[in-house]
Ligand binder design. Structure first.
Ligand code: HMH
Length: 220
């Protein structure tokens, strides 16, 4: 029986985790009622987000290379950067498929706020444990959300299957579990001050994710 880590405890304890991974926008994809203009809005905004996300992941990689006592962290994070390279190419082809222009996208307020939050997390004084927790949470929300749209009984429209597969596939799930393992290891060794910071940061990520989905849904 696997011992439950700090991350799993936090995910269970905070209702916000379920709000982020079972958002109405995701549920509308899963039940097939999704408004395609919402999907297109999400697509254009998420491309902008992912371009901002790359430097954040690079900053986590730098922290890993300095702080980590486990040789595997760098490989996992580097794998994440490599998949972001594929993701940017995927966004470009998906956007052209849906006629979503990627240049001159008006960057939504929720996206700007998320960017500012990531910029602060990139600062050298932010602890590796805090940064890797945020990184895990950002990836895990997408993994859990889109995997939900692929489960038995879901009525996800065929033209959205590819999007759900991108984050909902088993390989991405495995990658998220690797990030979770790294985060748990760091948190187990962290001071109570760093632990508090990491938990607060986890909640802030979830808030930003909910706001991001709200924006797609047109509720924001
Ligand atoms: C807003 N959160 C957002 N976009 C993404 N692409 C991910 C998480 C996962 O990479």
């Amino acid at each position: 029986c696997e011992k439950s880590g700090i991350i799993e405890m936090w995910a269970k304890k905070h209702l916000l985790y379920t709000e982020a991974t079972r958002h109405p926008f995701i549920l509308s994809i899963r039940d097939g009622s999704v408004d395609l203009s919402s999907f297109k809005r999400w697509l254009g905004q998420d491309y902008v987000f992912v371009r901002e996300f790359v430097p954040f992941v690079a900053s986590v990689l730098i922290k890993a290379s300095k702080k980590s006592d486990d040789g595997n962290d760098m490989e996992v994070i580097l794998g994440g950067l490599a998949s972001l390279n594929d993701e940017i190419a995927w966004f470009k082809s998906e956007a052209s498929k849906w006629d979503v222009p990627l240049s001159n996208t008006v960057v939504h307020k929720a996206n700007q706020n998320y960017r500012r939050f990531l910029e602060n997390l990139m600062l050298p004084e932010v602890d590796y444990a805090v940064a890797i927790t945020a990184f895990w949470a950002i990836e895990a929300v997408y993994q859990e959300s889109f995997a939900h749209c692929l489960e038995d009984g879901s009525k996800t429209p065929s033209e959205l299957q590819d999007t759900c597969q991108r984050w909902g596939n088993e390989g991405f799930g495995e990658y998220c579990r690797s990030l979770q393992k790294i985060a748990n290891r760091c948190l187990e060794k962290a001071s109570s001050d760093v632990l508090t910071k990491a938990e607060v940061t986890f909640l802030r990520v979830l808030e930003h994710e909910v706001e991001f989905w709200n924006m797609s849904h047109g509720c924001a």
